[in-house]
Design a protein around this ligand. Structure first.
Ligand SMILES: NC(=O)C1=CN([C@@H]2O[C@H](COP(=O)(O)OP(=O)(O)OC[C@H]3O[C@@H](n4cnc5c(N)ncnc54)[C@H](OP(=O)(O)O)[C@@H]3O)[C@@H](O)[C@H]2O)[C@@H](O)CC1
Ligand SMILES: Nc1ncnc2c1ncn2[C@@H]1O[C@H](COP(=O)(O)OP(=O)(O)O)[C@@H](O)[C@H]1O
Ligand SMILES: [K+]
Length: 478
């Protein structure tokens, strides 16, 4: 058979509907479902083969095409002389699954008899459309408990593809999750993504799907131009409030994130600022609006350590009014109201909002949004309403643009769950915004650098240690 080379899109993240469209496109171009299932199943079998290393494998098959993949995996292992047995939880119901089942010539056993070392879960994949209950749930639990290692094909059976929600009581934990064709949102969303140790992608020939989201990868950061000077490299103005620590953390990561100059606009006298940070009292010799009127400012950051009183509101007003590209974080997000943005759409430049879950809920309330739906849908909705790029933080951080672009962070170290790491991310975002002028690019670069800084800091760090590692993360992206 002659194979056309095809462009692989290993970083795309497709919803169940987008995945169906991508498969349809392949079929329109002449590849039938059977061939796709063979590619998926045989590709997945390679991983199963490596993990099992000769130990007995049990494949649990459901009625749909996920079950069909299971028959292909089982037959591939059998052909290679591996001990394999198959449990058909329900008979195959699709044409492709029936055909795959007819080509399997190994043993089929009752769930009660099935014993082995590795369980391959092909009960349900992206076609799961309701809670897994009763006999099927019990079967998955019992077989999972009876096998030392577990591998999920496409997704664990009990995960909603587009939201990452669990549709089963007590979803088992897996050693490996093998995504087929493309990553799905559930591979990068909580709580689903906490249920496996590693995930791998098997390519089945899908091209880049229009409108698909992507996984954030290592950015390519250029060294400053040969004729660079500190202002052209990006001047970040940090609007500080009464809690100086947060502003200092953000300033530090802004300084190490590539900008040429960071100016901290302090509300109160500041002690303990590092020698390489320029601190200006505003109001002091200048009011804050005067300090922010400097044309050389390339990005303003407001929020870390700002507070929520009337002074905080005035300072945020000044930041919103100054017209420079702006990053709003922390307290500024709880102060921001619909009117703040709606009145100014023609006056403000790029805007980035960096909410964690609580701030996201507060923003949705202020913008009159329902807060219902999947995390990516909520972030896209907020981005559109606020006319801002939104970094929706958490263990499953994602970035949404007002134009509908979506990018997911790959899993990042859970050591980030310590106070002050959000300030470091905000500083990095402002820094990348000052350098690139592009809010979506700045947000995705900052998210990657933040996680890379965490990886390079190791275990059990403080936010100040993380901020110092931004330098190593930058070096890794040069
Ligand atoms: N299409 C392709 O080209 C390729 C697809 N590929 C593979 O196909 C997978 C998607 O296949 P799929 O769409 O057939 O769905 P799948 O996940 O097997 O389940 C659907 C079945 O389950 C049933 N059902 C659902 N929920 C249930 C519940 N809670 N409790 C009980 N029953 C429930 C549902 O029944 P119904 O809703 O009709 O009652 C239906 O019968 C995908 O993940 C990938 O592995 C690859 O081979 C590459 C090529
Ligand atoms: N379990 C986790 N795994 C990975 N990243 C996490 C986890 N918990 C939090 N983070 C990241 O740590 C940062 C915390 O920010 P935030 O909630 O604003 O905290 P703070 O206000 O204390 O700085 C965010 O970038 C978030 O994505
Ligand atoms: K599965």
């Amino acid at each position: 058979m002659h194979h056309q080379p095809h462009p692989i899109a290993p970083d795309q993240v497709l919803t169940a509907a987008q995945m169906r469209d991508a498969e349809q496109r392949l079929m329109d171009a002449g590849t039938d479902v059977h061939t796709l299932m063979q590619r998926a199943g045989r590709g997945a079998a390679e991983w199963v083969w490596r993990i099992a290393s000769g130990a007995p494998v049990t494949v649990l098959c459901g009625p749909g095409n996920n079950g069909g993949d299971g028959y292909v995996i089982a037959e591939t292992l059998r052909e290679r002389g591996f001990p394999v047995q198959l449990v058909a939880a329900l008979p195959p119901a699709t044409d492709a699954a029936k055909r795959a089942a007819s080509l399997y010539s190994g043993p089929v056993v009752d769930a009660a008899e099935a014993k082995g070392t590795v369980l391959v879960d092909c009960l349900f994949g992206s076609g799961l459309n309701r809670e897994v209950t009763g006999v099927l749930r019990d079967m998955l639990h019992e077989l999972s408990a009876r096998h030392h290692r577990r591998i999920a094909i496409d997704l664990p059976s009990g995960v909603a593809t587009d939201s990452g929600e669990l549709l089963i009581d007590e979803l088992p934990h897996y050693d490996l999750c093998i995504a087929l064709g493309a990553w799905k949102p559930a591979h990068v969303l909580m709580p689903a993504m906490a249920h496996w140790r590693q995930a791998r992608l098997v390519d089945i020939g899908c091209d880049t799907e229009p409108g698909g989201a992507r996984l954030i990868g290592r950015p390519s950061i250029a060294a400053p131009a040969a004729d660079a000077h500190k202002y052209r490299r990006g001047l970040v103005a940090m609007v500080a409030g009464p809690m100086a620590g947060a502003a200092l953390l953000a300033s530090r990561s802004a300084a190490l994130g590539g900008s040429g100059y960071v100016k901290l606009l302090a509300q109160e006298p500041l002690s303990g600022a590092p020698a390489d940070l320029v601190v200006l009292r505003a109001p002091g010799a200048m009011t804050l609006p005067q300090a922010l009127s400097d044309d050389r400012i390339a990005a303003v950051l407001c929020g870390p350590g700002l507070g929520r009183d009337h002074q905080a509101r005035e300072r945020m007003e000044a930041a919103l009014n100054c017209g420079h590209p702006l990053v709003l974080d922390a307290d500024a997000l709880t102060l921001l109201q619909l009117a703040d943005r709606a009145d100014r759409t023609d006056r403000t430049g790029p805007l980035v909002l960096t909410p964690h879950e609580g701030e996201m809920a507060a923003l949705e309330k202020s913008f009159g949004l329902s807060g219902k739906g999947t995390k990516p849908c909520r972030a896209l909705c907020l981005a559109q309403s606020a006319g801002a790029v939104v970094i929706a933080k958490g263990a499953d951080t994602l970035v949404a643009s007002p134009g509908g672009a979506l990018a997911y962070a790959p899993p990042s170290p859970s050591w980030l769950s310590v106070a002050g790491t959000g300030d470091v991310l905000a500083g990095l975002t402002a820094s990348r915004l000052a350098v690139t002028g592009d809010p979506f690019r700045a947000a995705t670069e900052a998210v990657w650098l933040h996680a890379e800084a965490a990886r390079r800091t190791g275990a059990d760090f403080t936010a100040a240690m993380l901020a110092e590692s931004v330098r190593d993360a930058m070096c890794a992206a040069l």
